[in-house]
Design a protein around this ligand. Sequence first.
Ligand code: AMP
Ligand code: FES
Ligand code: ZN
Length: 302
Amino acid sequence: MKCRRCGQEAEVEIRSHHTAFCRECFFVYFKRQVQRAIKDWQMLRKQERILVAVSGGKDSLTLWDVLLDLGYDATGLFVDLKIDGFSEKAKEKIEAFAQSRKAKLIIVDLEKEGIPIPKVMKHTGKEPCSVCGQVKRYYFNHIAYTQRFHVLATGHNLDDETSRLLANLLRWQMFYLVDQGPVLPPANRLVKKVKPLYRLTEYEIAAYAFLKGIDYFAERCPFSQGATFLKYKHYMNLLEYDFPGTKLDFYQGFLKKMKPFLTPLQKEEAPIAHLCPQCGYPTLAPVCGICRLKEEIKKAGI
Ligand code: AMP
Ligand code: FES
Ligand code: ZN
């Protein structure tokens, strides 16, 4: 198979676009997809300070790599969850990457914060990924807000977005649907959030990371075994295999044809949040969930 841009031997086939590229042309294609996402949704500007949440996996390290290549002022943020045999290895990869690119890196140590994830799991007994996600989102915003970053960027890709969309649509979860999209605007001490990789699949990102020689952490979190979102990803992959291009059409269709009608719904029905008296985070409860969690774990002496 030949590269569509230059006619040389192709290295990456993109079935959804009925095309294939050699290594260099694939890099051009990939960066253009990111630039298009940024431009279409006015995600980032060159003079802004951007905080990139990096887990050490292929998506977030690739995002950081591309943003640095495109000339953005991008600082990494790693939330060290303190999961045995997992977090330490991820941290090593991120530190090595930051050093190799001479990029700034911020690390939040959840042990020092009093809520390492294994202790949180023991205490709450809730679905691990949802509690962990809540803790991570809190610190993404906390660091971005207190250290005056303009935007927070995450490595969510087209597979993440479409599997979540499918799950939300199947249950008509309107409030979750309202929040879905490549950009979440700033509000009440919540920093603007963007997903510049939303047009790219996991396969394309893995190919980019591999061909670019990005040394990422490939292991899956031990707590995510059997998580339901993995099933939805699998169903989306089955559809994509039979009908190439389904993921992008599905997501773009949602953004163009459904999302504009959801925003007014949010305005009318969203409850008003106040600020947590202990940390200032917007919450509906008297004290925010994270401050409560810290107190409970301290009291329980786990
Ligand atoms: P996940 O929820 O694990 O699929 O991750 C989605 C995105 O959240 C990643 O692409 C990263 O941008 C970010 N992320 C996940 N885990 C961490 C972490 N421990 N520290 C910083 N960012 C993270
Ligand atoms: Fe949070 Fe696995 S990364 S539970
Ligand atoms: Zn709080």
